[in-house]
Ligand binder design. Structure first.
Ligand code: SF4
Ligand code: SF4
Ligand code: SF4
Length: 324
């Protein structure tokens, strides 16, 4: 078993000792992958009982970030230009990813070496080290922070869903009728805002644990500096012959799953479809020539992104005040 969670006290101490950058706001979205400043979450799947406390905690703690769409939705021009995606009447759905559910539990039964294993797998954004969602967002709305958190800024996102297209697991989920596009050209540009796990960045900034980690009665997850967590992962693989997911996938992620059962079996037994990411082998998306070329093409606009973010927030706040 993975050792008990890093306690709140030691997590806060770690923040103060060596990771002052954790409290920094967004940085250049091409932030370099780093073993010293990035935080990794480690999930020991042998411990998870599938109780769903983490899912509930995520929804409660992050509820204020969930979309509050305006209806009726603006008509698209040309008609049907973008698919309306509305989860606002299905907020209770918790068995897949939605704009109102950033974490779900996939429960599978697999046989390995003659033993049947019931494995529960908490699923959410993996916070990739080289995230295509951030590198290829045309508006700079998705960003990777120095502490490894990949966030989508709701007041900048136009809901074009490029992030979902390029994410190997198609994680971000769209809600129509909310966000900046309503204030710009609602019929012609955008279609809402994309949502996903933000790893409780605001709690981490305050030295607190992500809600799902704190709520778990079985200490399934822990979070810590990348080098420290990876050392532990490699020790466990060596000592127990377990399997890891997230070390190589998409070139490496800041989420690592450990399992006594091969991930090929877990993937084969998992549900697949929209909002249901698999556990398949995934090549590094940003090594793909087309994606690299797109990232290079977007790069000249990097200087504009900060201005756009500020402008977007300014427009939103001004118009918001006028409407009150
Ligand atoms: S709270 Fe812990 S044990 Fe319960 S489902 Fe979540 S990760 Fe698994
Ligand atoms: S898992 Fe998908 S949404 Fe999350 S950081 Fe990676 S590419 Fe982005
Ligand atoms: S880290 Fe925070 S936002 Fe992400 S799944 Fe856990 S509780 Fe939800």
């Amino acid at each position: 078993m993975v050792k008990k969670n890093i306690s709140r006290r030691s997590f806060v101490k770690g923040l103060a000792a060596g990771t002052a950058s954790l409290a920094m706001p967004f940085n250049d979205h091409k932030a370099e992958a780093s073993d010293t400043s990035e935080l990794v979450t480690l999930l020991d799947l042998s411990r998870c009982i599938g109780c769903g406390e983490c899912v509930e905690a995520c929804r409660t703690v992050n509820g204020h970030k969930f979309p509050q769409p305006q209806k009726p939705f603006p008509e698209m021009v040309p008609k049907g230009r973008a698919k309306v995606e509305d989860w606002s009447d299905r907020r209770e759905v918790d068995d897949r990813l939605t704009p109102y559910n950033w974490l779900y539990i996939e429960s599978v039964e697999v046989e390995y070496k003659g033993v049947v294993h019931e494995i529960n797998i908490p699923r959410r954004c993996l916070h990739c080290q080289n995230p295509p969602c951030a590198n290829l967002c045309p508006w700079g709305a998705a960003e990777k922070q120095q502490n490894g958190i990949v966030r989508i800024q709701p007041d900048v996102c136009l809901g074009g869903a490029k992030c979902r297209t390029v994410c190997p697991w198609h994680i971000p989920q769209r809600q129509t009728g909310v966000g900046l596009y309503l204030r710009l050209l609602p019929g012609f540009a955008g279609n809402g805002v994309m949502y996903k796990c933000d790893r409780c960045y605001d709690r981490i900034d305050k030295g607190e644990l992500p809600a799902c980690i704190e709520a778990c009665p079985e200490s399934v997850q822990k979070i810590g500096p990348r080098r420290e967590i990876l050392n532990e992962v490699h020790n466990i693989i060596h000592e127990k012959g377990w399997f890891a997911y997230g070390l190589e996938e998409n070139g490496g992620t800041n989420t690592v799953y450990l399992s006594p059962v091969p991930f090929e079996l877990l993937d084969a037994a998992s549900r697949k479809g929209p909002g249901l990411p698999g556990l398949n082998k995934v090549d590094a998306a940003m090594e793909d020539e087309e994606n690299l070329a797109a990232a290079v093409a977007i790069a000249p606009f990097a200087g504009l992104v900060a201005g756009m973010i500020k402008a977007g927030r300014f427009v939103s706040s001004k118009l918001g005040k006028q409407e009150k």
